[in-house]
Design a protein around this ligand. Structure first.
Ligand SMILES: NC(=O)c1ccc[n+]([C@@H]2O[C@H](COP(=O)([O-])OP(=O)(O)OC[C@H]3O[C@@H](n4cnc5c(N)ncnc54)[C@H](OP(=O)(O)O)[C@@H]3O)[C@@H](O)[C@H]2O)c1
Length: 316
């Protein structure tokens, strides 16, 4: 069986492949094909979320690969995330049960609180036409976590973690939890290096996972700043480093995370890109090149949540 690439042991004791496939914003058919292509290419980590509406597709692709004999369930690390309108502790189990039913799995490897910014049960912040403040739920993420911990006890989630949390929020969670968050999934790339958060997570044994690592070129407008934003994959320094290693800019941007000890989940539905994004195990970046990528930081967030800036737990 093809290798999963480098892995990390989480604070839960479970092993997670550092490179995974992202699945946000794709059609049903695209997701099924992408996950199957990724598994054939060697990926053993798939990232989805209840809000992406594609858990059934991810589950179907995994099921087909298991039926083919390509993988066993335990070979693939599946992450999904709690919908931001199911964050009251009494709703967490309902969301988990629905995700497992849609994925067609008995357990997920990692279940994340999608965001500390939450919304009233039954509302949808992305389609709501009014002022989003009307549907805010300021449920404390510590309370949400109380709903997450029993999922580990019951074996429904092998590990639990969070997403879009800042270090103050993580600190508070660490001090108020029985099971520590194993992972924090955040936007991370050379334009948004977040060195303080990287250091904080390393010190506290929380694995960071980088999303939008390629600069999310197809992100929906609602997340963009509205200003002209530089294109990460076209950055002259990234392109020059890519040329030096005989790799693409995307491959350099992905390897950057592995060399920082960070997990990364590039999304693609294009078979050649899915394969190329995994083809980064045969080199590593020199200290000098990592340092020059480190100098590109400009605190640029491609997938911001400006719309929800007034939320009590806004984290950026
Ligand atoms: N936790 C959160 O709040 C959160 C937020 C955002 C994302 N995520 C997760 O992180 C994943 C990745 O982030 P993302 O989807 O925002 O953005 P991304 O991975 O930075 O970029 C994906 C885009 O890059 C293109 N692409 C992929 N590989 C390429 C390559 N080698 N060369 C050129 N273009 C390439 C893809 O096009 P094609 O698909 O057309 O090939 C797609 O349009 C998501 O899918 C999701 O699973 C989580």
């Amino acid at each position: 069986m093809a290798a999963a690439g480098p892995t990390a042991v989480l604070s839960s004791g479970k092993t997670m492949p550092l490179l995974g496939l992202g699945t946000w914003q794709s059609t049903s058919e695209q997701v099924i094909n992408a996950v199957k292509t990724a598994i054939d290419a060697g990926y053993r980590h798939i990232d989805t979320a209840q809000v992406y509406g594609n858990e059934k597709d991810v589950g179907q692709a995994i099921k087909e690969k298991i039926a083919e004999g390509k993988i066993k369930r335990e070979d693939v690390f599946v992450t999904t995330k709690l919908k931001p309108n199911f964050s009251r502790p009494e709703h967490v189990r309902e969301a988990m049960t629905q995700s497992l039913a849609d994925l067609g799995l008995d357990y997920v490897d990692l279940y994340l609180i999608h965001s500390p910014i939450n919304f009233k049960y039954g509302t949808d912040p992305f389609t709501y036409a009014g002022n989003p403040e009307e549907i805010y739920d300021d449920v404390d993420y510590i309370d949400t976590w109380r709903g997450m911990e029993p999922l580990v006890d019951e074996g429904l989630a092998k590990s639990i973690g969070v997403s879009n949390f800042n270090s103050q929020q993580l600190e508070r969670l660490l001090q108020n939890s029985r099971i520590k968050p194993a992972v924090n999934q955040v936007e991370l790339h050379p334009y948004l290096a977040q060195q303080d958060l990287v250091d904080f997570c390393k010190k506290n044994n929380i694995l960071l996972t980088a999303f939008s690592a390629l600069g999310a070129p197809a992100r929906p407008k609602v997340f963009a700043s509205g200003e002209e934003e530089p294109v990460l994959m076209e950055d002259p320094s990234v392109v020059a480093i890519a040329k030096k290693y005989g790799k693409s800019a995307a491959q350099i941007l992905l390897r950057y995370h592995l060399d920082r000890g960070v997990s990364v989940i590039p999304k693609s539905v294009t078979p050649s890109r899915i394969q190329a994004n995994f083809d980064i195990m045969d080199f590593s970046l020199s200290k000098e090149d990592l340092a020059s990528l480190g100098q590109l930081d400009r605190k640029l967030r491609y997938v911001g949540a400006n719309l929800f800036v007034t939320h009590k737990y806004y984290s950026y």
